[in-house]
Design a protein around this ligand. Structure first.
Ligand SMILES: [Zn+2]
Length: 158
């Protein structure tokens, strides 16, 4: 009955989980207006051995709605992250909305997880979500992910 590792996913939050965030808890934007990515400690070392699994990023980017960055910049940042991780990301979803939009994707809702799961045939019960905030834990539960782990524990920061 052992689950196929190929259908088990690791859903990851982005800022504060995989990469450093700025003082506003958002992705840092450099002087040229580009997203500046810095992998957090042990992210690479922890995820590389898990590359037989599906690895997704699910990220709230209300800054898109608010004009802080464009969807294209956010997409470019995810592509750059994937490059820095030697292409281990299976995919990602970006919520460009803010609370006022009432969308189904913005965490703590589970819409991004549900959509990725449907597209990729994920075994949600056997999967894991990693994040640094309670909304990540709530999104994991809403999306039906079997287990949530805080980034500090998952990546051994404490
Ligand atoms: Zn949304």
């Amino acid at each position: 009955m052992g689950p196929d590792a190929g259908n088990i996913a690791v859903f990851c939050d982005l800022a504060g989980t995989l990469v450093a965030m700025d003082e506003t808890r958002q992705l840092p934007i450099d002087a040229r207006g580009n997203v500046s990515l810095r992998l957090l400690p042990n992210v690479r070392e922890t995820l590389m051995p898990m590359r037989d699994h599906l690895i997704f990023v699910v990220t709230n980017q209300a800054g898109i709605k608010r004009g802080r960055l464009s969807l294209a910049q956010a997409e470019a940042a995810l592509n750059e992250l994937d490059r820095q991780l030697d292409g281990i990301l299976t995919g990602w979803m970006i919520c460009p909305h803010d609370d006022a939009d009432g969308c189904a994707c913005r965490k703590p809702k589970g819409g991004m997880i549900a959509e990725l799961a449907a597209i990729h045939g994920v075994d949600l019960a056997g999967s894991i979500m990693v994040g640094d905030q309670e909304i990540d834990a709530l999104a994991a539960a809403a999306g039906g992910v079997g287990r949530f782990v805080y980034a500090a524990e998952f990546f051994g920061w404490k």
